[in-house]
Design a protein around this ligand. Structure first.
Ligand SMILES: [Zn+2]
Ligand SMILES: [Zn+2]
Length: 183
């Protein structure tokens, strides 16, 4: 799948941000964990946003909930409405940047706080998925023991689980259930 400027790393970052909140544990519950998460995307934000502060944690949790709700949208109108609210809330503003030579568009506010940077970039990522590939690419894991989200990049949009771990576990469980019915 051919992803544009905002739909490779930013989409990956949006999905992994949502997935820090599992059923049993939250791997983004301390400032250390938040810093660790953001360090993985340092090349994206360094020079573009201020490093995260302790006081950002609550707002990042709110952003995470909004992203989960957005990915849970199963129709275009609703997804568009939700993403537009987020783009406005986090101050996404188009501007032409020449930092890498070729002029291209950026949407995160200039000199932004970590929260508005993260909000604008992840919302733009998901906005690009909606526009370029459609809302049916948004997915939530079908496993009862998992609430992870994913972007379905399969050719026939057939993905049902967040990961191979979940699809294998579910396939094994279904096989066992069939076997015990037969017995
Ligand atoms: Zn750029
Ligand atoms: Zn899963």
């Amino acid at each position: 799948m051919n992803f544009s400027h905002y739909t490779t790393k930013p989409v990956e970052m949006a999905v992994s941000l949502v997935n820090t909140e599992g059923i049993k544990e939250d791997s983004l519950s301390t400032v250390e964990q938040m810093t660790e998460f953001l360090d993985e995307y340092r090349d994206l934000w360094e020079g573009a946003a201020k490093p995260a502060k302790t006081s950002d944690l609550k707002a990042i949790h709110q952003l995470r909930s909004s992203l989960r709700e957005l990915i849970g949208s199963d129709e275009e109108d609703l997804a568009a409405k939700r993403v537009n609210i987020m783009l406005a809330e986090y101050g996404a503003t188009p501007r032409v940047s020449t930092h890498s030579g070729e002029p291209h568009l950026h949407f995160e506010p200039l000199d932004s706080s970590m929260v508005s940077w993260l909000g604008a970039v992840t919302s733009m990522g998901l906005a690009s998925v909606i526009v370029e590939h459609g809302v049916e690419r948004f997915g939530m894991c079908c496993s009862d023991s998992c609430r992870d989200v994913y972007i379905d990049t399969s050719r026939n949009k057939s993905r049902r689980h967040c990961s191979n771990t979940c699809s294998t576990r579910e396939a094994v469980a279904a096989y066992r259930a069939r076997k015990s019915e037969e017995a």
